[in-house]
Design a binder for this molecule. Sequence first.
Ligand code: SAH
Length: 241
Amino acid sequence: MLNNIRIVLVDTSHPGNIGAAARAMKNMSLQQLHLVTPQLFPHQEATSRASGADDLLNSAQVAHSLDDALVGCRLVVGTSARARSVDWPVVSPREAAAKLVQEAAHGEVALVFGRERSGLSNSELDRCTFLVHIPTNEAYSSLNLGAAVQVLAYEIFQAQLQQVELTDESTRDLATAEMLQGFHEHLAQALDDVGFTQPKQSKKLLRRLRSLFQRARPDKDEINIMRGILSAMQGRKSMRR
Ligand code: SAH
């Protein structure tokens, strides 16, 4: 089950943090490390901080974009150093870990960490079903990246030990990250084609629509139906697969 959980680090500046993350993961039996455009990798500092977890560094997948790192994932959880967010639901580490472990029994899932300086961008957060925040001193809420990986990896390991009961949702054949991304791009284009979007509101509107579909957790068939509807709206023949 834990083999289906990807730890994704976006745009990491310090190679030492990549090593620390690998070590934290290996302590908690996680294996899949994905690096999106790391600034320095491979690097001696990463290897030395990994301290025996260099097998995870050797097998790490390096991706050119977050979308590439998320291909095939049925659940994407983002991390946030801030406790609240207007646009995205935020859950506790325990809830996030339980959900990741449940869904990892049925396919690939991802937990995404941001840049040391600026965290994840809004468009990266758009890819996430929900966010997890590690409760901290509100006046000093940002953990070191490797430390944040450690806390969440620990919660995942605990959740797996407790073998949380499976919910109905976890057995549905959920749409993958790239299917959702393709759908949202198609939706934006179709709304534009039919003259629905007004440029001023459209960014906000599209974010609301994303959050609607993140809550609904559509399955693959439902996304195909939605895309057929969009194609019909655009006056194209219904999509054949
Ligand atoms: N100044 C940035 C902090 C980035 S800290 C910001 O405000 O977003 C680097 C990364 O470590 C974050 O993107 C997140 O992945 C993780 N992280 C740090 N503190 C965290 C916390 N309290 N809860 C969850 N993740 C945290």
